[in-house]
Design a protein around this ligand. Structure first.
Ligand SMILES: NC(=O)c1ccc[n+]([C@@H]2O[C@H](COP(=O)([O-])OP(=O)(O)OC[C@H]3O[C@@H](n4cnc5c(N)ncnc54)[C@H](O)[C@@H]3O)[C@@H](O)[C@H]2O)c1
Length: 297
């Protein structure tokens, strides 16, 4: 399976294209944004005019798209990928997608004799660029075994989780926790700073105590320096993932007291125009409410 298509060549998809080309795959790409297509073509990929054309040219399709609705239309729409993809091919959804939509797409693909795996990732644009993504796969294990070389071309830690949708379940639970810790870190830093202790001291000691977290290692520098424009993970994406988590929890009848608060805070931050800033800009909103900065300057 050396002919691969990538639909959605944005922050994440672009790096996947680069690594697939470097690993010797014949890569076909499609994106509504011509600049993204040009960037992918510069790595050596071939541009397709439509997703149907792309589907007819490859054996494996990777998607890295912004919403579940766009993904559904792209794959299962009248002129979608499934209208041209040969039986025996595979679709790997690398985006973070609604679990119900994922399971519907799995069924639709199955009916066309196409394997569908949810393969959400973590590691951000840098991980995509370096081919070091962590990939959480859900779907049939036999299909997973067949596409593993493709996943290995773009990722480092590749985990088979279980049945269709389970990769997305793990990803959404992870991101809910990351979003929540960002809020709590912001609040605790504001409280500590207002009470007269420098934030660097609080963070340093926290990393030695039981409050230690990877979220603080990854997102902490932005909170400590007030560099909310330095995007590690865009707030819009995090708000989307929190919404998807809440839908999942509601569907399962699971109480989500903390989740609801986090969801509202991210929604508010979006409404205040912070959507294209980093996830930590939720802390900037809390700074504004507290009339206190976390960073000393
Ligand atoms: N950015 C991250 O750090 C990160 C990390 C993990 C997972 N993700 C997930 O990966 C997915 C993609 O994220 P991203 O950061 O690359 O987003 P992005 O907005 O940078 O890229 C998405 C690309 O899809 C294209 N697109 C939009 N509509 C399209 C359509 N109808 N047909 C074809 N292309 C279309 C856009 O032009 C864009 O180039 C999302 O589901 C996101 O949640 C992102």
């Amino acid at each position: 399976m050396k002919k691969v298509g990538v639909i959605g060549c944005g922050a994440m998809g672009r790096g996947m294209v680069k690594n697939l080309v470097q690993q010797g795959y014949e890569v076909h790409v499609y994106d509504v944004d011509k600049a993204c297509v040009s960037a992918a073509a510069a790595f050596g990929a071939t541009a397709a005019m439509t997703v149907a054309e792309l589907g007819g040219a490859v054996q494996v399709v990777l998607t890295s798209l912004p919403t579940s609705a766009i993904l559904m239309e792209t794959l299962a729409g009248e002129e979608g990928v499934l209208s041209t993809l040969e039986p025996g091919s595979f679709i790997l959804d690398m985006g973070t997608t609604d679990v119900d939509v994922t399971r519907k797409l799995y069924e639709k693909a199955l009916a066309a004799n196409v394997g569908f795996l949810d393969c959400p990732v973590s590691g951000g644009p840098q991980g995509a660029d370096q081919g070091t993504l962590t990939i959480m796969a859900g779907g049939d294990e036999a299909a997973f075994a067949q596409v593993l070389p493709v996943l290995e071309a773009i990722g480092q830690e590749i985990l088979y989780i279980g049945q269709s949708g389970s990769g997305q379940v793990v990803k959404l639970c992870n991101n809910m926790v990351v979003a929540g810790i960002n809020v709590l870190l912001s609040e605790a830093f504001l409280t500590g700073v207002k009470a007269g202790v420098p934030v660097e001291t609080i963070a340093e000691v926290m990393q030695k105590g039981s409050g230690q977290s990877k979220v603080l290692s990854v997102f902490g520098p932005n909170l400590l320096q007030g560099s909310y424009d330095r995007v590690i993970f865009m707030l819009n994406h995090m708000a989307k993932d929190v919404d998807l988590y809440m839908q999942l929890a509601k569907g399962g009848g699971v109480p989500s007291f903390m989740g609801s608060l986090v969801q509202q805070l991210f929604e508010l931050a979006k409404q205040q125009g912070k959507g294209t800033m980093d996830t930590t800009a939720v802390g900037q909103m809390l700074e504004e409410l507290a009339k206190q900065k976390i960073a000393a300057h």
